[in-house]
Design a protein around this ligand. Structure first.
Ligand code: NDP
Length: 332
């Protein structure tokens, strides 16, 4: 029988007359939402969505006070569900965690058992959060390309937003799977870093951000993982080889698409939408297994570790697109 914690530390966002106020506070666990599994969180990671939640974006979080954090990895303290026992190491990513359920920027979370994935053998809690939702989304994108018949023999795969959390994990995972990877970035000083994690070639993001009126342009990529959206996704779709595919997961560059049907009906292009939040539990467990074994990549060169008190600055930086790589949050 474990003792129930008397207090816990949380990054706490309050709505005040002057705007949204963020601080690290000691709270009573009674304040946590009801749930079957109480988890002592060791690591989390910072995602763009967390920054939106921490700054009052109603599309992500409606009710405040709130603790963001869509990722958490830790140890089960209590479980009323037989699937989990005290001491089990577990991972939780997305579902409603950190959105309208208090999330992983705290050393305790209480959630439904249906959201909890056992930590696979071969991955530590820290390594799982070096990936986080960003890494899992990159893995979902790779899986979608493979399921749609994309193979390394077909040619190079381009990754947009390559220095971001999803993009950098996508570069490393594609390279591990044997693909020639072209990384697209806006950061001139990041070329060496991108090559160190597996990019064969690095291009300036302007090459994929063209005001191109033609419905299709010269084909140059077999496939793509796009984290940017908008004009970048338009340019990618217009430049894919016959039978190419793009896994589209992000919108940092815009949500609109101005396209014709020609790339789809004259080149057989597939546009594969990726939604990490509603990804099935069974496929999620299987992907974590792959990430712990055959798809295991070392993301330590692109991860910067911070504590709860450093989140405020990191949130401001990710909102300005200034983060290079991924931010690992050491919660306890
Ligand atoms: P990051 O902020 O870590 O990275 C985004 C990267 O995009 C930046 O590092 C930068 O890379 C590039 N970028 C930033 N601003 C622009 C711009 N205006 N035009 C072109 N490129 C830009 O974010 P994440 O990697 O965590 O997330 C990327 C996207 O994926 C977000 O939109 C996020 O919401 C989405 N996402 C979606 C998920 C899903 O389930 N569909 C899950 C997780 C994330 P560089 O300088 O190298 O070009």
């Amino acid at each position: 029988m474990s003792t129930y914690p008397q207090s816990y530390q949380a990054f706490y966002v309050e709505k005040t007359a002057e705007g949204f106020k963020r601080s690290v506070q000691s709270l009573n666990p009674e304040a946590l939402p009801q749930g079957e599994v109480l988890i002592e969180v060791h690591y989390s990671s910072l995602n763009y969505k967390d920054a939106l939640s921490a700054s009052g974006n109603p599309g992500v979080t409606r009710n405040y006070p709130h603790t963001p954090g869509i990722d958490a990895a830790g140890v089960v303290l209590h479980s009323s569900n037989d699937r989990f026992q005290q001491g089990d190491e577990v991972i939780v990513t997305s579902y409603d965690l950190g959105m309208n359920t208090w999330g992983g920027f705290a050393d305790l979370i209480r959630i439904p058992a249906a959201w909890v994935v056992p930590l696979p053998k071969g991955l530590s809690l820290k390594e799982s959060m070096m990936l986080g939702t960003a890494g899992l989304t990159a893995a979902m994108s790779l899986e979608a390309l493979l399921e749609n018949g994309i193979t390394p023999e077909m040619g190079a795969v381009v990754v947009s937003g390559a220095t971001g959390g999803v993009g950098s994990a996508a570069v490393a995972l594609l390279a591990k799977a044997g693909f020639k990877v072209i990384a697209s970035t806006g950061k001139a000083n990041a070329h060496d870093m991108l090559k160190s994690i597996g990019a064969s070639e690095v291009i300036n993001r302007d090459e994929l951000n063209q005001d191109e009126k033609r419905p299709m342009i010269k084909p140059r990529f077999a496939a793509a993982i796009d984290t940017v959206g908008g004009k970048t996704l338009e340019t990618i779709i217009k430049s894919l080889n016959v039978n190419g595919a793009v896994a589209a997961c992000g919108l940092v560059g815009g949500a609109d698409l101005q396209l014709t049907v020609f790339p789809f009906i004259l080149r057989g292009i597939r546009l594969l939408g990726i939604d990490s939040e509603k990804y099935s539990y069974a496929k999620r467990v299987a992907l974590w297994q792959k990430l712990a074994t055959g798809w295991k990549v070392d993301l330590s060169p692109i991860n910067r570790e911070i504590g709860l008190t450093e989140l405020e600055d990191a949130i401001a930086a990710i909102l300005k697109g200034q983060i290079q790589g991924h931010v690992l949050v050491k919660v306890r």
